[in-house]
Design a protein around this ligand. Sequence first.
Ligand SMILES: [Cu+2]
Length: 391
Amino acid sequence: MTTLLVFIVVVLLAIAVWQLTKIFDLTQIGANVNDTQVANDNDNKVNGYLMFAFLIFIYITTIWCVLYYGHFPLLSDSASEHGPLVDNLMIISLVLIFFVQTITQALLHYFAFKYRGKQGQKALYYADNNKLEVIWSSIPAVVLAGLILYGLYAWNNIMFVEKEQEQDAIVIELYAQQFKWEARYSGPDNVLGKANVRYIEGVNNLGVDLADPNAQDDFTASELHIPKGKRIIFRMRSQDVLHSAYMPHFRAQMNCVPGMVTQFSFTPTMTTAEMRERPAMIEKVANINAIRAQKSQKLIAKGEAALEPYTFDYLLLCNKICGASHYNMQMKVVVDTPEDYKKWLADKQTIVSAYAASKASEEPKENVVPAAVDTTKTTNTEAVVAVVTKK
Ligand SMILES: [Cu+2]
């Protein structure tokens, strides 16, 4: 509300200044002033200095932004093996952009001042200069080629999984649908069973081909557990629209496209507990909780329940605007120690057995009841009649 009021005040002030200049112009009519529409030397000089003033404004704004928003403690706290590679690329790009923009802005504004209009001065027609063109074409070309090559190297390093690495990796499917994620683990055989939307039925909501031998040990989870130090290969599918599996702490993102399987792989290097202990994370959590505590005070004053304190968890998010509840499409990711991961794996119900159990519970009552009901007391029909009349 305050922002809106400030905005309205600023707009009204701007209108007032504009109207005042108009009135001032009107008072000058008839006076002995230069009222030509062509800029004179004085106008050009004023504009030349204004260019300098604008340059200083840009620099001050930039320094202010760097001081207030340039603190990226989490930029060096990636939780995957390839993370530092992505972070370096980000830092190099930022530094380059910063350096180039600082110099080019100074040159642009300086030349605008130096070659401001002057009476009797004519612009020089300068067709071309091969030497200059070579310099300003080759420098950006070399710098950009370097960035692209480094980017390609990083991309290949991240995306290319060698055969030996693949045999040692854990294969997990991430299944996207409006608006939730489900993870399917490939089980002890480490091979995901075939799946297709046509097989979706009852509790088999991922459309797994239950007859496929590789699907027999597959199981699903609504919380993604992965062990530290082990390569994970994620295979993504989508049931409905384009989604994007985004795990920012692991510097991983891949589109989930209906009708095809996409892949991403990484090795987690920090357990959830270890990440919670990082100084930058402790600071971030403390900041969030300070804001929550403030909001809670207001809520309590209104007689509402206070906010729960925040604890850090890795997240799998959707990074494609996929519909109304897109913002809430997320799944908790837990990086365990290998021992904890083994414990978590124990007693997981496979999709095949979950499906069989749900089918068994759906079977018609008369097929199940005879074994369970004591037939010496009542018959099946009598029992039903008794229940109905009681109602
Ligand atoms: Cu989505």
